[in-house]
Design a binder for this molecule. Sequence first.
Ligand SMILES: O=P(O)(O)OC[C@H]1O[C@H](OP(=O)(O)OP(=O)(O)O)[C@H](O)[C@@H]1O
Ligand SMILES: NC(=O)CC[C@H](N)C(=O)O
Ligand code: SF4
Ligand SMILES: [Mg+2]
Length: 476
Amino acid sequence: MFDPTDEHFHDECGVFGVYNHAEAANLTYLGLYALQHRGQESGGIVSVQDRIFHTTRGQGLVADVFKQRELDALEGDKAIGHVRYSTTGGSANSRNLQPLVVDTADGGLAIAHNGNLVNGTEMRRMLERRGSIFQSTMDTEVIVHLTALSRENTFSDRLVEALKQVQGAYALVAMDENQIIVVRDPHGLRPLVLGKVGEKGIVVSSETCALNLIEAQFWRDVEPGEMVVISPDGIRSYFPFQKQKRSFCVFEYIYFARPDSNLDGINVYNARKAIGAKLAEESPVEADVIIPVPDSGVPSALGFSQASGIPFELGIIRNHYVGRTFIEPQQQIRHFGVKIKLNANPHIFKGKRVVLVDDSVVRGTTSRKIVKMVRAAGAREVHVRISSPPTTNPCFYGIDTPTRQELLASSHTVSEMCSYITADSLCYISLEGLYSALNAKRVDYCDACFSGEYPIPFPNQVGDQQLTLLKESFYK
Ligand SMILES: O=P(O)(O)OC[C@H]1O[C@H](OP(=O)(O)OP(=O)(O)O)[C@H](O)[C@@H]1O
Ligand SMILES: NC(=O)CC[C@H](N)C(=O)O
Ligand code: SF4
Ligand SMILES: [Mg+2]
């Protein structure tokens, strides 16, 4: 469940859809399992048969939301699904669940969205002034209202008219009684792929790992700015928006996506290993053992170990049964809390010079606690290596990040951060090193959380005020 005191970067949302398959809802359910890392606040599936939309949505993990009875009720050969971590509109409450489903003058429609609109607040105010009554506080609902208001003849044209009025990040899966429409924003900030399943089924997913789970064949990535209409008339591709600079989120490679997914043809696990190897080359250190901070630090630590020739050990063990929240014990026994999630194996650390590898430092809480823990387990030296550049800026495009002030790197130099986390040394990969490890051109990516160079400007933007506006303006 959502925990307001939880302080890390969070994943975003996962979208999934199946067209033309007798088991559409069951496959979507399995697909959402594979996308669970992208959102744990809530989940939902909508299917459609004979113009009737069947919906199951709820708070919590996929395993909590769907039971056999709910799945059996999701009839039809088309379904779309969503796992959510909120960006705009607050966390899981019974109003803020996706996919959104509505009846319009032109029939029913359902929408699942990964991303965040930077002009969502303005658009909502404009729509409310015109009489729209919102049922949720999610930015996604703006797209639904704009689509319903459009007087264009087809669902796809109505959706295009709506999307031309919004700015920001969206990987969308929309469905009416006949078709599934898939859209990626013109910058292509969030991932979205197509696959084929069964005899004639088409599947869409945020990540390829979900295609593997249901034994679908990867077909291709949805292109930035592309709309794919999958209907009884066949599959059609359109590029209805003004072309923009491609800006795929580089943090997907570093942290968000699952290591067994391919993003734009690059395997995430291999990418993370290559980043770790580059980090070892850029910031070498004399040490006895390389230890990952689980889970996210594992592939880059392996790459670091292989490149440096220093042995790799799983010296910190993660308890996978903790869930997102646990009640922090009070006063004297409070420091035991962190050991519920991560614990150092003393046999590995005694007298050793240790390199801890993690993907990012957000507020510094994890690194600080882990350095202490590893020293207490007997380490002689503790060096920290981070497989991303310092996180100095918040994300406005679909990742739930703390405000700029809460990001340790926004107000501290690397050497100040090193003192704060009490390490013997602290080094981050450089931006150049990151792209050289990915074998990619920086111009094609968004790295605003490291560089502050935001690819989509914010209307009426004044730095962090926009974040506050996005986060709180809907609570009136
Ligand atoms: O500096 P902090 O504010 O402590 O946040 C940084 C940590 O948070 C994330 O991991 P998380 O514990 O969420 O788990 P994961 O690596 O398994 O995703 C991230 O991978 C870092 O390890
Ligand atoms: N993290 C996301 O991609 C969230 C999608 C959408 N903005 C919401 O708040 O529900
Ligand atoms: S700001 Fe960072 S997390 Fe957000 S889209 Fe850009 S690279 Fe990704
Ligand atoms: Mg981590």
